[in-house]
Design a protein around this ligand. Structure first.
Ligand code: MN
Ligand code: MN
Length: 271
């Protein structure tokens, strides 16, 4: 059981699991690599929003959840994240592979009516099943949409969608943002509350090589930071698919740490 969060406080929660990843394993080591970069003495904890994470008692590192595997992993994530948020805390979850977003959103869905999820990703993650697994990291948003957990799912950075996934997007009414609009956040007409799910493979591999597999032609850090700072009514976020064994010079870990810093600051400050 992680430490409880005071109402209005923001917790960083590690979800070290990569068993649902069908690509190269390694994202289970993501939370440790993100903490190394975030708390590195070579950097500091000041966000560009003016909050210093090292100087507020409203930011807590909650450590990693112990995850037993399979359905137990999903149940644990759903109940622990749900409990933290129900008591008034805000959580930035760091993976781990993208399968964690389904149990997270199972806990958010009933608490936040009319929730919009903005997903940053190279892939829609809408497979009905992938290699026989309905809970793989290629499927979380199929489960989310089937269960009607969110009002809108808006996907930014998509550039590797198969015909099956495009069919699924149409079936579920998922909004895949066209490349020309990736920078046009105002055109998305987002309404609060918003949850941000950031798969690091949404970035161009030049900025985030430490994912498996990298997909060229992606987003820049500035484009995604705009989302972090400007989506209305941010209530929570996850940051997934960092694979430290694939990283180059720690640049993906540093990008992930930067995102955590700005996400936490944004959740502390509000709109
Ligand atoms: Mn992806
Ligand atoms: Mn993904």
């Amino acid at each position: 059981m992680p430490m409880p969060l005071a109402s209005g406080a923001v917790g960083l929660l590690g979800l070290p699991t990569d068993e649902a990843s069908t690509a190269a394993k390694g994202s289970a080591a993501g939370p440790a690599a993100i903490r190394d970069a975030l708390f590195s003495e070579a950097s500091n904890l000041s966000s560009e929003l003016g909050v210093d994470l090292g100087r507020t008692d409203r930011f807590l590192d909650l450590g990693d959840l112990e995850l037993a595997g399979g359905a137990a992993t999903r149940e644990r994530i759903e109940s622990e994240v749900g409990e933290l948020v129900r008591l008034g805390g805000r959580v930035v979850s760091v993976g781990g592979d993208h399968s964690v977003s389904y149990p997270i959103l199972r806990s958010y869905g009933p608490m936040f009516q009319e929730l919009t999820v903005v997903q940053v990703d190279a892939h829609p993650d809408l497979y009905d099943q992938f290699e026989g697994d309905r809970f793989s990291h290629a499927s979380p948003f199929a489960r989310v949409m089937e269960e009607g957990l969110v009002r809108r799912l808006v996907q930014v950075g998509i550039r590797a969608a198969t015909a099956h996934q495009l069919d699924q997007a149409e079936r579920f009414g998922v909004e895949i943002v066209a490349r020309a609009d990736w920078l046009e956040i105002d055109r998305l007409e987002l309404e609060p509350p918003v949850y941000l799910s950031i798969d690091l493979d949404g970035f161009d591999p030049a900025f985030a090589p430490g994912v498996s597999p990298p997909e060229s032609g992606g987003l820049t850090p500035n484009q995604v930071l705009e989302l972090v700072w400007r989506v209305p009514g941010l209530v929570g976020a996850d940051l997934v698919e960092l694979n430290p064994s694939r990283d180059v010079g720690g640049v993906t870990g540093a990008l992930a740490a930067k995102l955590v810093k700005e996400l936490v600051a944004r959740l502390l400050i509000g709109d």
